[in-house]
Design a protein around this ligand. Structure first.
Ligand code: UDP
Ligand code: MG
Length: 316
């Protein structure tokens, strides 16, 4: 099979018929063999009925339906597990992404050799409150992930080589950083294609402003995981040692000052009035705590089934 189209959806009943028809039209025109996997993320409207009706008319249509709303990432993850096409395309259900982009995305994966091609909504039809923070968000994501050539990490329209989707795990809200996940899994040929974007035709957006706060926190988590995920002691040990050293120097300073004061008639030194006394307390305690956190982290990674899982590119 050439292409699997994975569509996560949450209450998108109005858009589905048009989307399914449009995808079908593009696939027919280009002679692709394909499947559409609708992943219903616990919709409370009639989305599932609509999909059942559409599947009766087109046997390329399949569905996975969650019994409650888990989020876009889990929906994509389940769609990825199921996808059989050589190229896997993800696309939002709200008709903001255009199926007309599929042939070129397919070509970039199969002919240009990209592992992942992300859409770039260069001209966006979204409110300003969304587009400006998005620019900041993408700049940070570029810096942290080291994927310098992407402008739009969170574009719903993306194409993947099949192996890529089988080797990444999208959980929580990590769908925003799939290129980073792919890079961490060893897939480094990541490209971009400018795509047409349209205003939402039906329904309303499913993500609020908390997306930006959570987005940044998730980015921090991913960065930490990719850097220190299997060797937490390297960060906690370093921080712990540095703090303990500062604390130790402060202790030495207090002791020396105390000794000098004891042998002097004019110089009075009150331990508890000295800033070094407090510095020594705080930093030594913090240092030990960081160190212990490092040890606990090491014990946790030691027990992780992932600790010795590597992506092997070639083997002779
Ligand atoms: N979506 C989902 N589960 C959710 C939220 C959203 O499957 O919990 C789907 C939604 O139906 C749509 C896609 O994810 O197909 C993108 O959502 P939306 O259009 O609301 O995001 P925006 O375009 O505003 O970033
Ligand atoms: Mg949308």
């Amino acid at each position: 099979m050439d292409i699997s189209v994975v569509v996560p959806l949450y209450n998108e009943e109005e858009s589905l018929p048009e989307l399914a028809q449009w995808i079908h039209r593009v696939m027919e025109a280009n002679g692709f063999s394909y499947e559409i996997i609708f992943v219903n993320d616990g919709s409370t409207d009639r989305s599932m009925e609509v999909i059942r009706r559409l599947a009766k008319e087109n046997e390329a249509i399949h569905a996975i339906s969650f019994s409650r709303n888990y989020g876009k990432s889990p929906a994509l993850n389940e769609g990825f597990r199921r996808a059989q096409g050589d190229v896997v395309i993800t696309m939002d259900a709200d008709l903001q992404d255009s199926p007309d982009e599929i042939p070129e995305l397919y070509r970039m994966i199969t002919e240009d050799g990209y592992d992942l091609v992300s859409g770039w909504k260069k001209k966006r039809y979204d409110p300003l409150s969304k587009t400006i923070p998005t620019k900041l968000f993408n700049a940070t994501a570029r810096k942290v992930s080291g994927i310098r050539n992407l402008h739009d990490f969170n574009c719903g329209l993306k194409a993947y080589r099949n192996a890529v989707v089988k080797h990444i795990e999208v959980y929580g809200d990590m769908h925003r950083y799939i290129p980073y996940l792919a890079k961490n899994a060893g897939y480094r040929k990541i490209g971009e294609k400018v795509v047409h974007h349209q205003a939402r035709k039906y329904g309303h957006t499913k993500f609020g402003l908390d997306r930006f706060v959570n987005g940044y926190l998730d980015l921090a988590t991913l960065w930490f995981q990719s850097k220190f995920g299997i060797k937490p002691m390297h960060i906690f040990g370093l921080l712990g040692s540095a703090m303990f050293m500062i604390g130790f120097l402060a202790v030495l300073t207090v002791l020396i000052l105390k000794l000098v004061a004891m042998n002097s008639d004019t110089f009075h030194f009150y331990l508890t009035k000295s800033v070094y006394f407090y510095l020594s307390l705080v930093f030594m305690v913090l240092g030990v705590q960081f160190f212990c956190t490092g040890f606990i982290g090491e014990l946790i990674t030691r027990n992780s089934p992932e600790r010795n899982k590597y992506q092997i590119g070639e083997e002779w």
